[in-house]
Design a protein around this ligand. Structure first.
Ligand code: ADP
Ligand code: ASP
Ligand code: MG
Length: 443
């Protein structure tokens, strides 16, 4: 079994959907995971925002505009009048469902149902297209097997069990289509795996189905050495270890959802990042194999808050760090980076929902300082402790940029630096020119 996930741009138009159908037609069994068509989830987020504000007229106008966009897709995607009719009546069902939300109280539950419409639409339209072209396939409802638990973590045993139940209903089928991103929560309500979550769906499905390979098809030829949206002269990396890819995804490389490498790593399933626009390109292979060679890539994660706790009592006091960590645990707030000295500990969080409560509790231990709008720059590679070269090159490149925190040694594949977000573009650019052999050779 193979899992093939196609992102928003890859299914973003009738033409793109046609290209996807050409890429999935070999005979081997596969589950195809689709995102919403590009722009749709953003449009749904905007619709939800206006519904929260009771701006029903505005919401209806946005819903109508999105409906019109989909009517156009139907016009371009199908050739027969029957399929166009069938697809248009599907659109009416989904868009009337959206319009009905203007009549009711709008809460987070309704919001999640709104956000789910994008993937429900893209998969249904794609399934109709396959039907029209005589390609046998089965539409698997992700809401029947994809589930998160009370901690909003995927319920892997449930997913594996239910996916098998769903697949067993079609013993002859070799091509399955399903929705990325959407799931049910512990209360059985519609929920999602957060923005960009279709990658995570693909990896979870791959792990649940013991797949041979997970392919993430997107609009770029693999994981680049730096953020191509910010820096010029980036290039694709042929091979990454699971740990290296997980660090890059977690620390901001948008091509992969932050958690999406973990399920594949746990089951040792290779993940390939491929380009729908350029299917022959090699892309990136992520596997257990570690290919040496110092620095591989840089990523940046914004929206970080740094917290420093200064305490005279910390000196030689065992149990101090535990008390600090317990505060974060109570508020279910993960810590990303941590550095310590004898008199202070600094750490970072990316979720500041309970910041005030956390700070109030930490003030019991000492003086607390908070810095917002920070960015973690994560440099990933195979750093061997005895080789000082990569570290030197990083600091040399960043010598004009104030560093707030530095973390090295937590794993062999990551050096993290905390800077003001205002310095991010300069830092990524300087690193791109200074630390990659290939760029230096071209300079
Ligand atoms: P999809 O809709 O297929 O999921 P995304 O937009 O989520 O696609 O992810 C692909 C985009 O990620 C690329 O177009 C690129 O702009 C961005 N990106 C950010 N960092 C990287 C990186 N290090 N390597 C490749 N792409 C990256
Ligand atoms: N459609 C969702 C989003 O835009 C999920 C995804 O594309 O991965 O965030
Ligand atoms: Mg994505």
């Amino acid at each position: 079994m193979r899992i093939l996930k196609f992102g928003g741009t890859s299914v973003g138009s009738a033409e793109r959907m046609r290209s996807v159908s050409a890429l999935i037609q070999s005979g081997e069994p596969k589950i195809v995971v689709l995102s919403a068509m590009s722009g749709t989830t953003n449009a749904l987020v905007q619709i939800a925002e206006t519904l929260y504000q009771n701006k029903n007229k505005e919401a209806n106008a946005l819903i109508d505009a999105l409906h019109d966009k989909y009517k156009q897709v139907v016009e371009e995607l199908y050739t027969t009048a029957d399929k166009k009719k069938e697809a248009n009546s599907l659109l009416t069902t989904h868009f009337d469902h959206l319009r009905a939300f203007t009549q009711d109280l709008f809460t987070i539950h309704e919001e999640r149902a709104v956000l789910a419409q994008g993937e429900l639409l893209s998969t249904a339209l794609f399934q109709f297209f396959l039907e029209e072209n005589g390609i046998p396939s089965v539409l698997l409802p992700a809401l029947n097997f994809m589930k998160i638990d009370e901690n909003e973590e995927p319920d892997a045993p449930y997913i594996a069990k239910q996916l098998k139940v769903e697949l067993a209903k079609y013993p002859e089928a070799t091509l399955f289509i399903t929705q990325g991103y959407i799931c049910r929560n512990t209360f059985g309500e519609i929920d999602n795996l957060k923005r960009g979550g279709s990658d995570y769906s693909a990896s979870l499905i791959g792990a649940a189905a013991d797949a041979d390979e997970i392919q993430i098809w997107t609009d770029i030829d693999g994981m680049h050495n730096n953020d191509p949206r910010i820096v010029k002269n980036t290039y694709p990396i042929a091979q990454l270890s699971f740990d290296e890819a997980a660090e890059l995804a977690y620390f901001g490389a948008k091509i992969l959802h932050p958690s999406s490498v973990t399920p594949a790593k746990q089951k040792n399933i290779p993940v390939r990042l491929l380009n729908t626009m350029e299917p022959e390109a090699k892309g990136t292979t992520i596997s257990a194999e570690r290919v040496g060679g110092s620095i591989k890539a840089v990523a940046a994660k914004d929206g970080i808050t740094a917290i420093k706790i200064k305490s005279g009592r910390m000196l030689l006091a065992y149990g101090f760090l535990r008390s600090v960590f317990e505060v974060f645990e109570r508020y279910k707030t993960p810590i990303d980076m941590i550095t310590t000295s004898e008199v202070a500990v600094s750490l970072t969080i990316d979720n500041d929902r309970f910041l005030d409560e956390i700070v109030a509790e930490l003030e019991k231990f000492g003086q607390v300082e908070v810095d917002k709008e920070q960015t973690i720059i994560c440099v990933v590679g195979d750093f061997i402790a005895k080789d000082s070269g990569p570290g030197l090159r990083i600091f040399e490149s960043l010598k004009e940029i104030p560093l707030r925190m530095i973390s090295f040694g937590g794993s062999r594949s990551n050096i993290s630096l905390l800077i003001d977000t205002g310095n991010k573009v300069e830092a990524l650019t300087k690193l791109n020119d200074g630390i990659f052999e290939r760029n230096k050779a071209n300079a």
